[in-house]
Write a protein that binds this ligand. Structure first.
Ligand code: NDP
Ligand code: OXD
Length: 294
């Protein structure tokens, strides 16, 4: 709050605890607002999400479709996500997951080295975050391809789009890294059939949203050995229920939705600049297009 007040000295900034005269509130900055909040704000002109993904906000029945939603554009999250994905890819390339299992079993066995140029990484989602992930992987020397809804060009990245493009990319991805938003079109995208299109011995990284991936299908393919490993940051239900088999699975590394965390200073600067644009009658950046769901 002090950061926001310092960035917007001319604008009264209230918290939920200090909220008075809700009928005068014009802007809300939020991640997970309490149910019904927006219904009591008749003067609401815009909502600023404290994150990149707005799937939950778009489902809010109390938020009129006429109120624009603005999301964070990168804000330091792209670099964090690139680090998160590179951790998984590097671990795969250097066989660290296999060596961990060998260690647990007391096995001393060298595996043949694999160079970055021999590892194919497919990135699902080539937006603010996905394109930074892809670029970081290209810089590391991996063979990188990317998938998006519309055609995208990125130096060193083989670009795919649409359903046909997805099949081809999956079949050629040793590591699949998902940083897609959750939309009606992407929910359930990584189902049993599509996951089975990955080459034998592939790894899946999901840091987009949990509902993109069928967790049971993933577990079945890990159990059968078709997939070698998974690194998961997001889940169908968060926190991940205690009885999920993912917790204990030897081929799964999981993290509690921390792949790319909102950085306060960057978020405040971006939102304050956007508010100032709106106040000056200019278009703000990062507007979510409701009709496409992200
Ligand atoms: P962007 O909106 O910038 O990019 C979204 C990308 O997904 C675009 O390339 C878009 O295609 C593609 N896409 C959307 N729908 C489809 C579809 N139906 N088929 C193919 N491609 C599709 O989002 P960001 O990069 O900023 O963020 C992506 C997501 O990452 C967030 O929505 C959030 O869910 C997740 N995230 C997770 C975090 C974590 O800590 N785990 C942190 C931050 C974000 P096109 O280029 O054609 O528009
Ligand atoms: C986001 C997230 O979407 O943290 O920003 O998941």
């Amino acid at each position: 709050m002090p950061l926001l007040r310092a960035a917007l000295p001319a604008m009264p900034v209230l918290t939920l605890d200090t909220l008075q005269q809700p009928e005068q509130i014009r802007y809300v900055i939020t991640w997970g607002p309490p149910p019904g909040l927006f219904a009591g704000l008749p003067a609401l002109q815009a909502v600023f999400a404290l994150g990149a993904g707005v799937d939950k906000l778009l489902l809010r029945p109390d938020l009129p479709a006429t109120v624009p939603i603005y999301r964070l554009l990168d804000g330091g999250m792209a670099q964090q996500m690139a680090e998160y994905v590179r951790l998984g890819v590097l671990s795969y390339q250097r066989h660290m997951d296999i060596y961990r299992r060998q260690q647990a079993a007391g096995v001393w066995k060298m595996l043949p080295p694999r160079l970055p140029a021999e590892v194919r990484v497919g990135v699902l989602g080539m937006g603010e975050i996905g394109s930074a992930v892809a670029q970081a992987l290209v810089a590391d020397g991996y063979q990188v391809s990317g998938w998006s809804r519309t055609p995208r060009q990125l130096a060193g990245v083989a670009s795919y789009h649409g359903e046909a493009g997805l099949g081809e990319m999956l079949a050629n991805s040793d590591v699949l890294a998902c940083v897609l938003p959750s939309t009606p079109q992407t929910q359930g995208l990584l189902d049993a059939e599509r996951l089975a299109c990955l080459p034998a011995g592939a790894m899946v990284i999901n840091a987009g949203r949990g509902d993109l991936l069928d967790e049971n299908a993933l577990l079945a393919l890990l159990d059968s050995g078709h997939l070698r490993a998974a690194q998961l940051d997001v889940f169908a239900m968060e926190p991940l229920p205690a009885n999920s088999r993912l917790w204990q699975h030897p081929s799964v590394t999981l993290t509690p939705h921390i792949a790319a965390i909102t950085l306060r200073q960057q978020a405040v600067s971006q939102i304050a600049a956007n508010l100032q644009r709106l106040q000056a009658g200019l278009a703000a950046e990062g507007r979510v297009l409701r009709e496409r769901g992200y």
